[in-house]
Design a protein around this ligand. Structure first.
Ligand code: VGL
Ligand code: ZN
Length: 196
């Protein structure tokens, strides 16, 4: 069984959003067209409380894209984005939302969650692995935003959990912060992820 995992195709990651990824909206038609080819479709939704610790405004004196040390490791500070219940947290209106499952992440104030499988401590599970296993899904194709953050972390974790993982790059877009895209591609390849 093969699932399509659509990472964070939300308004705040599209042009005009709080953490806009260039061309983030351009991938929507392609992703919709891919959905029919899979046994299951999973959407992820970045879903932060308004005072989330990954937001620069939660740290007086800090500005967006600073990196700070959190108890679980280094953390990029982002502009406030994907606040629970806000229009920015909604999926892009053009995205086909007839998915099997929507999994939310990043909802605990003190810890970010780039990956759809584990929070940024790389230890606290989101529950997605259990869902996929109980449905007999062994292969994952990943698309969405952003290639170098949430898609990257999700793909590497999935490969580590034993899934056969492919990232379809033309159905992603990257933030590309300080070489993060080059590093993400190398890390995914190293982890055994197929970059298509
Ligand atoms: C993401 C930064 C912060 C992503 C989410 O979806 O890649 N990036 N939160
Ligand atoms: Zn986020």
């Amino acid at each position: 069984m093969h699932a399509l995992v659509v990472i964070d195709v939300q308004n705040d990651f599209c042009p005009g959003g709080a953490l806009a990824v260039a061309g983030g909206d351009a991938i929507v038609p392609r992703i919709n067209a891919m959905m029919v080819d899979f046994d299951a479709v999973i959407l992820t939704q970045d879903w932060h409380p308004a005072d989330h610790s990954s937001f620069a405004p939660s740290h007086p004196g800090r500005t967006p894209f600073d990196v700070i040390d959190m108890p679980y490791g280094p953390q990029v500070l982002w502009p406030a984005h994907c606040i629970q219940g806000s229009p920015g947290a909604d999926f892009h209106p053009g995205l086909d939302q007839s998915a099997d499952l929507i999994i939310r992440k990043g909802f605990r104030r003190g810890i970010d969650s780039y990956s759809a499988f584990f929070e940024n401590d790389h230890a606290t599970p989101t529950g997605l692995d259990g869902y996929l296993r109980s449905r007999g899904i062994t292969a994952l194709t990943m698309v969405g935003l952003a290639l170098d953050f949430c898609v990257n972390f999700s793909a590497v974790d999935a490969a580590g959990l034993g899934y056969d993982v492919t990232v379809v790059q033309e159905a992603t877009r990257a933030i590309d912060l300080d070489g993060s895209l080059t590093a993400a591609r190398a890390g995914m390849t190293q982890a055994g992820v197929t970059l298509a």
